[in-house]
Design a protein around this ligand. Structure first.
Ligand SMILES: O=P(O)(O)OC[C@H]1O[C@H](O[C@H]2O[C@H](CO)[C@@H](O)[C@H](O)[C@H]2O)[C@H](O)[C@@H](O)[C@@H]1O
Length: 260
């Protein structure tokens, strides 16, 4: 069955959520989403800005937490490593790829139907101005952020749903994107897998994320006695804290790293 990843259970309104306390990283295992959390949303996937401040922060967090830090993203793990460097754990492709700090990796087979889905979406994008196809190792995204008109989202959803039905790939809705990807994992499962192994095990999990696809992660850290931090506007969420945006998140992480 194909289901959208925004179906995470047990969410409550976040209107009253406060910023996290500065001491929250003490004794924690830290999991960080990338787009919309560490970098501002850009008009295209390759348009995000990663500066020296962010790279230095990632290094510092890894040091201060004795390696208990991972980036958990919908992007491929290799893309995260290109942006942020290596030497820390990464889960890529919405939990499908696992890469530990020492270089060990787990990844699934490429999904049947991916080649066909990419070809069909490329034809669709050629015929619809502003649509952009992002090919990834275990999935493909159809971005409609730059497409004009009320029908753009509906048209993108329509072809994505049709292809999910035809290929058996999982349909996942994100920010101005529909993704088709291999089924069988989500960010919550990736965090749980990290938390079952060294150096993360035995520490309190924290996860910072912005998107509905991050709710699985918020639910897992909550259920393991930790907390989620929603980045962005209030909404229904399983997170316990909230920060207004990327700038506030980077500033909080810088302060919290020194309070460990
Ligand atoms: O899990 P994340 O690290 O948050 O990644 C989720 C998706 O992020 C990217 O798409 C989003 O960001 C783009 C750049 O800001 C933006 O143009 C797009 O509209 C957003 O949906 C990335 O391209 C996807 O592969 C990730 O799955």
């Amino acid at each position: 069955m194909n289901h959208a990843a925004s179906d995470a259970p047990n969410q409550a309104a976040s209107a009253g959520l406060q910023p996290p306390p500065d001491g929250l990283l003490r004794g924690a295992s830290l999991f960080l989403d990338f787009d919309g959390t560490l970098v501002e949303i850009a008009s295209r996937p390759d348009g995000v800005a990663v500066d020296q401040r962010l790279r230095a922060l990632i290094l510092r967090l890894g040091e201060r937490l004795d390696g208990r830090m991972a980036v958990v993203s919908g992007r491929p793990a290799d893309t995260i490593a290109e942006y942020l460097g290596t030497g820390f754990a990464i889960s890529g492709s919405h939990g499908l790829e696992m890469r530990w700090a020492d270089g060990r990796r787990d990844a699934p087979d490429r999904p049947d139907g991916l080649v066909e889905a990419v070809a069909r979406l490329r034809r669709f994008a050629d015929e619809h101005a502003g649509m952009l196809v992002e090919e990834k190792p275990y999935g493909v995204g159809l971005h409609f952020r730059e497409a004009e008109g009320d029908r753009a989202e509906a048209a993108a959803r329509e072809i994505s749903e049709r292809l999910a039905g035809e290929t058996g790939m999982q349909l996942q809705a994100g920010k101005k994107v529909f993704e088709l990807r291999a089924a069988g994992a989500d960010k919550g499962e990736a965090i749980a897998a990290f938390m079952a192994s060294a150096p993360f095990a035995g520490h309190t999990p924290l996860f910072l994320g912005d998107d509905k696809t991050d709710e699985h992660g918020f639910a897992v850290v909550r259920d393991q006695g930790g907390a989620g931090v929603l980045v962005g506007e209030p909404r229904e969420t399983a997170a316990r804290y909230r920060l207004d945006g990327v700038n506030e998140t980077l500033a909080w992480l810088e302060i919290a790293a020194e309070a460990v």
